[in-house]
Write a protein that binds this ligand. Sequence first.
Ligand code: PRP
Length: 213
Amino acid sequence: MEYLTFALAKGRLADKTMQLLNKIGISCDEMKEDSRKLIFTNEDLKLRFFLSKANDVPTYVEYGAADIGVIGKDTLLEEKRNLYEVLDLGFGKCRFAVAGKPEIRDKLNKSNDLRVATKYPNIAKEYFYKKKRQTVEIIKLNGSVELGPIVGIADVIVDIVETGSTLKANGLEVLEEICPVSARVAVNRVSMKIKHERIMEIVEKLKNLRGEN
Ligand code: PRP
């Protein structure tokens, strides 16, 4: 039997995904060992797992290096890869929002020279250019984007908000809601045909599990 390969985003998302997979009888002892390894196998079940940066998970799935990826909707929207999104796992819930200092609120809809700091340039463009039909300057940052409006390189940010505590701690607030985010299962288009049964069995089991929670 051929391997079925999962691409997981290193960190909390992968940990949570493995906990879910354990509940449906999928495990990987090799992964529990503390190491710098990036690929793990379960020979008995003919499964393989690899851990990558979140943004690369959709890439591995589109190119077929992985059959299945588990990744946040934020990453799927940003990466715009050609794959099947088959299941909302219902965890990792947060939302995309435009945030900034409260006093910027008035400028938000009027200005055509707004500067927007974000880790998600595609989502920010989609929202401002396509949805709001507003010309803005997008400034790509790689994390801690809340700094942008504080140090004055941006008027607002487009980012994910979970508890809201990072915004609050930095004197920022949600100005506009963009869309909800949660963890998703994505499948390679060819794998979906040639490994359909195996993949759907896993997807169905995960779906049932979600119903129980
Ligand atoms: C994310 C996000 C916010 C924060 C939101 O950052 O970019 O900064 O979490 O969570 P909260 O609403 O519960 O405060 P992450 O921790 O991934 O780090 P980063 O800013 O370095 O990307």
